[in-house]
Design a protein around this ligand. Structure first.
Ligand code: CP3
Length: 343
């Protein structure tokens, strides 16, 4: 039994005393205890060792007081499970030395049973679940097919994702083949995450906003919706297509339970586009966490006033950045927790 089920109630459109709060990328990055583990173990050792992943997952629950844990892992474990090499170099971000370009490259990807090589993720979820002992819900996650394709084709991060987009626009049949393969594995992977103890799952489409509304409908949305449909009887699904505010109406009519939004849309507009058909998550500008604590507290209250406390999950509009002081992250979380008394 969960002692704090605010997140799950918000996702089921049930009444809450105050909105639940967690922060994207809350595990890792800015917490001193994470940096100590980071100095000792390389990235994939941290991800693949359930005891380490669990310890990192629990840090923001214990130290910042968030209402949910998100398992410590990475979206790029899917390309890895499909047989691609993924390097994580300090200061450089991820890189995939051999990218996808041709039919032959796609044919060489491991598809059947790829999700089984990710047993360490399910083990980490099960261990975290038992360590949490019902304190807060546990969130599983995966990258969205479009965002994973971006890395598989581009081979590293990009401001424009022009190579990934060129691939999709000039070889759409190959792109759809690849997107479907990623989708199928992601569905099996998320189902196994739910079975291992994830109470809800979030699909990060971090680079959805690189596409026009028309191209989002072709290369991103159908795959997001396949995932939401396939998981809806397992756990509530949160879709986060960053930048794709234009898709909010369609998403509100999908089988997803929640949708994440960034800070480039007003709460009023997001509510107008979605009606009360879906729970909204967001949308504090992460850079505002670099301001003063009184400013953070005031702006959080304004944000909740604007969204309303129901059908709402307080969060950032994208991941917390590594330079945020822990006290400021805590002020963000405390401001949401204090909201009830200020109503
Ligand atoms: O709350 C958490 O942070 C949980 C774990 C988590 C990581 N990555 C660990 C990580 C999550 C949810 C992710 C998701 C992820 N990974 C996304 C989607 C979310 C987003 O921010 O848009 C994306 C695009 C990636 C790909 C990725 N992994 C990048 C671009 C980088 C480099 C720099 C960075 O921090 O974003 C990574 C490495 C990575 N993944 C780190 C962490 C904590 C930093 C490296 C390190 O600590 O050694």
């Amino acid at each position: 039994m969960l002692k704090n089920d605010l997140l799950l109630r918000a996702l089921r459109n049930e009444p809450v005393e105050r909105p639940p709060v967690w922060m994207m990328r809350q595990a890792g990055r800015y917490l001193p205890d994470y940096l100590k583990l980071k100095a000792k173990y390389d990235f994939f050792t941290r991800v693949q060792t359930p005891e380490l992943a669990t310890a990192i997952t629990l840090q923001p629950v214990d130290q910042v007081g968030v209402d949910a844990a998100i398992i410590f892992c990475d979206i790029l474990v899917i390309p890895q499970a499909m047989g691609m090499q993924v390097l994580m170099e300090e200061g450089k971000g991820p890189s995939l030395p051999r990218v996808i370009q041709t039919q032959k490259d796609i044919d060489a990807l491991i598809t059947t049973g790829a999700e089984e090589s990710l047993k360490y993720v399910y083990d980490a979820l099960a261990l975290t679940k038992s360590e949490l002992n019902g304190r807060v819900p546990l969130i599983g996650f995966a990258g969205a097919p479009w965002t994973i394709l971006c890395y598989m084709v581009e081979g590293k991060g990009s401001k424009t994702w022009d190579k990934a987009k060129q691939f999709a626009y000039t070889q759409p049949a190959l792109a759809h083949q690849l997107l479907q393969k990623i989708t199928d594995i992601t569905i099996s992977y998320l189902k196994l995450q739910a079975k291992a103890g994830a109470d809800t799952v979030q699909v990060f489409d971090s680079w959805a906003g690189s596409l026009s509304p028309a191209d989002f409908k072709i290369f991103a949305q159908p795959y997001l919706f396949q995932i939401a449909n396939a998981l809806k009887d397992d756990v509530p699904v949160i879709l986060f297509p960053k930048g794709s505010w234009y898709a909010l109406k369609d998403i509100s009519e999908s089988s997803a339970s929640g949708v994440g939004i960034d800070w480039c849309i007003t709460p009023q507009m997001a509510r107008e586009l979605t009606g009360n058909k879906i729970t909204i998550q967001g949308n504090f500008d992460p850079s505002k966490l670099l301001g003063t604590i009184p400013d953070i507290k005031r702006e959080v209250k304004e944000m909740i006033d604007a969204f309303g406390a129901q059908n709402y999950i307080a969060n950032l509009g994208h991941g917390i950045t590594p330079n945020v002081p822990v006290d400021n992250a805590r002020a963000f979380v405390d401001a949401v927790k204090e909201y009830e008394s200020k109503k």
